[in-house]
Design a protein around this ligand. Structure first.
Ligand code: GGG
Length: 358
């Protein structure tokens, strides 16, 4: 008799703040269905670390928080940030330490126009917008280097230093080139600003030229971030893989989904490609205090993030099936639609419809 090997994955679940608590359960609902369908098991360990934790303890997570996450196959995160806690304290207290401790140096963010979603630039069809933002995720402009002097005086001075290492820059660019080859989209665009930023961006361009020489089969171009933003809106079909620094990548990967009609559908993976540490999967959107608690947040970004997690864990068929179910439901005008998609349905309605489509 042949041996049946059951695959089991232990996932750390951190809903975080605001709508994170509403969209994460929908991703778990879908994971439960798809894991049963494909014959693997997913176990969850829940962590309620959030801005509420900060308000009651003075920290976003306990001292041994990172150690408690370390042994999981992956981390599924909702959103971080809430009024009353300065955003830089919540981000540097939870999300950024996770990215850095687990060397999740790739922030991979697909930008795709999904069926049934009306983009603000209305002549675009699904297929016209389908590219990837590869964001450097552990250094660059996200830095604690700097400081303040003369606080409260006329001569007050604040310095913020960005840090670009050879290792950090080269590895994100190589990841982008390898991805372009894997996807059979041999074209990489680099986001730069080397006319205005004197040190880091000329260095970025220099390394882009050096790494691109290793990939002569991949077409390259580079745009300054300002015109790149304009091109995202005016001609998104020209992009395949866009590689960007931490800050530029963050901005581009909100702008991209904005161009596709709603940021509510956008997923991301914070990936440690060497798989030494767990990777984190989270929607691009934040905690959305303006709609939190009303049960109307779009769960697609979280569910699609869970699909990216499945792909990373080695379950590509299940991942593809989840994306298919999302596209089927969004493409069906009679299916539930949350307000950002022009409907009046709730988070649960849309989550259930996607689970039912599996
Ligand atoms: N779900 C992601 C989230 O909560 N993002 C909040 C945010 O502002 N993140 C900034 C970043 O990704 O660097």
């Amino acid at each position: 008799m042949s041996e049946v090997r059951v695959q089991q994955y232990e996932i750390a679940v951190l809903p975080g703040d605001g709508i994170g608590n509403e969209v994460v359960p929908e991703a778990l609902r879908v994971l439960d269905v798809v894991s049963a369908k494909y014959g693997f098991e997913v176990g969850y360990r829940h962590f309620d670390w959030s801005c509420q934790t900060y308000l009651s303890t003075g920290a976003m997570m306990p001292d041994d928080g990172l150690d408690r996450l370390r042994d999981h196959h992956a981390i599924l995160l909702g959103a971080v940030g809430w009024p009353g806690v300065p955003d830089h304290l919540s981000l540097w207290g939870l999300l950024l330490p996770i990215r850095r401790a687990f060397d999740q140096y790739v922030n991979l963010r697909p930008v795709r126009l999904l069926p049934g979603v009306t983009p603000p630039v209305r002549d675009k069809q699904p297929g016209d917008i389908d590219f990837w933002v590869v964001r450097e995720n552990t250094e660059g402009e996200y830095s604690q280097l700097g400081g303040r002097q003369g606080e409260g005086t006329e001569t007050e001075l604040v310095l913020q230093t960005a840090a670009f290492t050879r290792r950090g820059t080269d590895r994100i660019m190589r990841y982008a080139f390898e991805l372009a080859r894997d996807l059979d989209k041999p074209h990489v665009t680099s986001a730069t600003k080397s006319n205005g930023i004197f040190h880091s961006m000329p260095y970025w361009d220099e390394r882009f030229a050096a790494i691109s020489a290793e990939y002569p089969d991949v077409r390259v171009d580079q745009d300054h971030i300002d015109i790149l933003c304009a091109r995202f809106v005016m001609s998104p079909e020209r992009f395949d893989v866009v590689v960007a620094s931490n800050l530029f990548g963050d901005i581009l990967s909100d702008l991209g989904p904005g161009v596709t009609g709603t940021i509510g559908v956008a997923p991301s993976g914070n990936i440690n490609p060497e798989r030494i540490y767990p990777s984190t999967f989270e929607p691009v959107h934040g905690s959305a205090p303006d709609i939190a608690g009303r049960g109307v947040a779009n769960p697609v970004g979280q569910i699609w993030s869970a699909a990216m997690m499945l792909d990373h864990l080695g379950q590509p068929e299940a991942a593809t099936d989840v994306v298919r179910a999302i596209e089927q439901v969004l493409g069906d005008q009679s299916a539930p639609r949350t307000p950002d998609l022009g409907g009046g349905a709730g988070t649960e309605d849309l989550g259930k419809a996607i689970a039912d489509a599996l």
